[in-house]
Ligand binder design. Structure first.
Ligand SMILES: Nc1ncnc2c1ncn2[C@@H]1O[C@H](COP(=O)(O)OP(=O)(O)OP(=O)(O)O)[C@@H](O)[C@H]1O
Length: 265
C-alpha cells in the first residue's frame, strides 16, 4: 500500500451568492497515493479542474471552500510551481509568447532550486532533450510560436517539472492535440513520472486515454465524486451507472486498449 500524498476530506467548492450558490465540488473525499497515477474523469463542468486548482491552492478568491486537504508526510502545504507542477490543455496559456523557451523552462529552477541562470539554462537544455524537442540548443533561444502544438505541450511539461515537483497535475493536457500526438504526450508523462517517482493527477474526459496510464481512477459527475478505486477494478467492474455509461460510450467506439492497457493495480 502506497503512502498518502494528499487526503481530501469533505471538500466542497461553490461560487455565487448565498441564494444562488452553485457547487463545483460537493463533499469530496479522496486519497491521492504517493507515486501513483490518478486519472480524474468526468464530463465537462463536473468539477475536475476545480479539484486540480484546489490541490494547487489556486482557486479563485471568490470560491467558497469547505472541508480540507491534508498533506501527510509533507512538512508544509505544497506550492504550485515548486512542489506541484501544472500542465494545462492549452500550452499557449502556460507559455509566455514573448519570452524564450530557455527563459521559461529555466525560470522554475532559478526561482525554486536556487540555480543561477547559467546553471538553470543547462538544466533547461537537459529537460528539453528529455522531452525530445528537436535541436534543444536552438530551442533555448526560440519562442513558443516557432513550435507545433505537440512540441509546445512538451515544452510546457519541461517547464512544469523544472523545479522537480513531487506532484504533477495535467489538466486535459492532450485535448487540443491530434490522436497520435495525444498518445505521445501520454507516453512522455508516463515515462517522466515513473523516472522521477512523481505522483501524477491526470485530468481527462476521455476514459480510454486514462486507461492506458492510470493506476487509480476517480470519476466525477456534477460536482460529486461518484466512483473511485484501482483502475483495473473501475474499468472492469464499474459500480456506478455513470461510469458504466462512460465505458459503454467508449466501447461503442471500439477502443481495444481500454481494458488491455490498464496499468496493474
Ligand atoms: N471561477 C469560477 N466562477 C464561477 N463558477 C465557476 C468558476 N470556476 C468553475 N466554475 C463552475 O464550476 C463548475 C465546475 O467547473 P470545472 O471547470 O471544475 O469543471 P471541469 O470538469 O473541469 O470541466 P471542463 O472539462 O469543461 O474544464 C462549472 O459549472 C463551472 O462553471
Amino acid at each position: 500500500m502506497s503512502a498518502l500524498l494528499a487526503e481530501i476530506r469533505g471538500l466542497s467548492v461553490s461560487y455565487g451568492r448565498d441564494d444562488a450558490r452553485s457547487f463545483a465540488l460537493q463533499d469530496v473525499d479522496l486519497d491521492i497515493a504517493k507515486g501513483r497515477r490518478l486519472a480524474v474523469i468526468g464530463e465537462s463542468g463536473s468539477g475536475k479542474s476545480t479539484l486540480a486548482l484546489a490541490l494547487a491552492g489556486l482557486l479563485a478568491p471568490q470560491a467558497r471552500i469547505a472541508g480540507e486537504i491534508g498533506w501527510p508526510g509533507l512538512a508544509h502545504v505544497p506550492m504550485a510551481g515548486r512542489d506541484i507542477g501544472m500542465v494545462f490543455q492549452d500550452p499557449g496559456g502556460s507559455l509566455n509568447p514573448v519570452l524564450t523557451i530557455g527563459e521559461q523552462v529555466a525560470e522554475g529552477a532559478v526561482r525554486h532550486l536556487g540555480l543561477d541562470w547559467r546553471a538553470a539554462r543547462s538544466h533547461a537544455l537537459a529537460l528539453l532533450e528529455r522531452v525530445r524537442i528537436p535541436d534543444p540548443q536552438a530551442a533555448l533561444g526560440a519562442y513558443p510560436h516557432q513550435f507545433s502544438g505537440g512540441q509546445r505541450q512538451r515544452i510546457a511539461i519541461a517547464a512544469a517539472i523544472a523545479a522537480k515537483p513531487g506532484l504533477l497535475i495535467a489538466d486535459e493536457p492532450t485535448s487540443a492535440l491530434d490522436m497520435v500526438v495525444q498518445a505521445e504526450i501520454v507516453a512522455l508523462l508516463d515515462d517522466l513520472v515513473r523516472e522521477a517517482g512523481m505522483t501524477l493527477v491526470f485530468i481527462t474526459h476521455d476514459i480510454a486515454l486514462a486507461s492506458g496510464l492510470a493506476d487509480d481512477i476517480a470519476v466525477f459527475q456534477r460536482a460529486q465524486l461518484v466512483e473511485k478505486g484501482a483502475a483495473q477494478a473501475v474499468l472492469t467492474k464499474p459500480a456506478h451507472a455513470y461510469t458504466k455509461q462512460l465505458l459503454a460510450a467508449q466501447i461503442d467506439f471500439s477502443t481495444p486498449r481500454l481494458i488491455d492497457g490498464v496499468a496493474d493495480a
